[in-house]
Ligand binder design. Structure first.
Ligand code: NAD
Length: 346
């Protein structure tokens, strides 16, 4: 994959550009999908937009959209004007930038059916084409093929660069979404970066441009595949060491000073008492849900099959997460709960 040299770009430069431009391209925003991540992201975006801008929010859970709009309106220090929309198509109707944050590929497809049919209906009544091209930023974790299908549908409904769909899946979890410190993995043509980055940097602190449309998702799924395996291997190794009589803190410090070191061993250690801030120390609550890990693994397997890439460990890892999630004591908890499923000493 081509390294554009734009990785780790300083945040401030992009933000300054966004606020100082006198001929701003983007004034009207739509945010669709206000769940654990989207709710917080939309809140951060709205708070950092000027009051002359508008943001229209939509979720099939009407209560979430209404609660968010109330929160936005109650805000003391400015922010964009907030409105609740009645559908994805209604939210996106006049938006220059549409952000989606939805669970699965079928949700993204259905939201875009609504958006594009509302667009087509509006086009019929309009004599002139829209003066401003529209940007669609999908932050959902879905498979790259589904993402490309939606991108193709957008460019056929809004041809000649009038509509661009890009993928920007993220990492950082709910904590990062709330603090506005997410990292986005962006799949988009180079020529759109200056328009996309200022938007993403209102919700996160880093944008990693991975290549053309779909590349952000490929990078995200490759990373999460690795994480899925590392997490199980860390739980197995810690369980093994403890069963051999090692103190888990001592074992973790050896691993973290040696070649086995990884994020699950160092930051998200699965053994209670080893890393105070890890979900294992709060009965595996919070963190990255085991259900989301299973979903990302499933998407990685689909994408690997399409690319003809062998993943010999993937099926076994899926079985482990599925079996763990099926047990009440593990269900809905952080994915490091695999240690509990293995029968690890807590
Ligand atoms: P969530 O399930 O909490 O929220 C999804 C929201 O989308 C819900 O409010 C749901 O009502 C809404 N929705 C579903 N279909 C819709 C539709 N057709 N139109 C409008 N709204 C619809 O999910 P989340 O945790 O916010 O995750 C969103 C995406 O971000 C997922 O793809 C997930 O994999 C990814 N992600 C999540 C995390 C995390 O820690 N939660 C981290 C990184 C990436």
């Amino acid at each position: 994959m081509k390294n554009t040299g734009r990785l780790w770009r300083p945040v401030l430069r992009a933000q300054r550009r966004a606020f100082s431009s006198s001929s701003r391209l983007l004034d009207n925003y739509a945010f669709i999908g206000l769940g654990q991540m989207g709710y917080q992201m939309a809140r951060n975006l709205q708070a950092k937009l000027p009051p002359s801008d508008t943001i229209r929010v939509f979720d099939i859970n009407k209560a979430a959209a209404e609660k968010l709009a109330q929160e936005m309106k109650a805000q003391q220090a400015g922010g964009a004007a907030a409105q609740v929309a009645t559908s994805a198509g209604d939210a996106a109707r006049d938006a220059d930038a549409v952000i989606t944050c939805l669970p699965e590929p079928n949700h993204v497809k259905s939201a875009f059916e609504s958006i594009l049919s509302a667009h087509n209906a509006a086009q019929k009544g309009e004599l002139h084409s829209r003066p401003k091209p529209r940007l669609f930023i999908d932050c959902s974790t879905i498979d790259p093929t589904s993402s490309r299908e939606v991108a193709a549908a957008v460019s056929s409904a809004l041809p000649n660069g009038q509509g661009n769909f890009v993928d920007a899946p993220m990492s950082g979890g709910v904590v990062g979404a709330t603090a506005g410190t997410l990292t986005f993995m962006l799949g988009a043509p180079e020529c759109l970066l200056s328009r996309i980055e200022p938007i993403l940097l209102r919700m996160g602190k880093r944008v990693l441009h991975c290549g053309p449309q779909g590349a952000g998702l490929s990078a995200k799924l490759a990373n999460n595949y690795l994480l899925a395996i590392e997490n199980i291997a860390t739980a197995e190794a810690m369980n093994l060491g403890v069963k051999w009589g090692l103190d888990p803190k001592v074992l973790a410090s050896v691993i973290n000073a040696s070649t086995g070191r990884c994020w699950p061993s160092e930051v998200n250690n699965p053994v209670p008492g080893v890393v105070e801030t890890a979900p294992a120390c709060r009965d595996y609550t919070g963190g990255f849900g085991i259900g989301l890990m299973r979903k990302d693994l499933r998407l990685a397997i689909i994408a690997a099959k399409e690319a003809g890439a062998e993943l010999p460990l993937a099926e076994k890892a899926s079985e482990v997460y599925q079996a763990a999630e099926a047990e009440e004591r593990c269900k809905g908890r952080d994915f490091s709960v695999v240690y509990r499923w293995l029968g690890g000493k807590e």
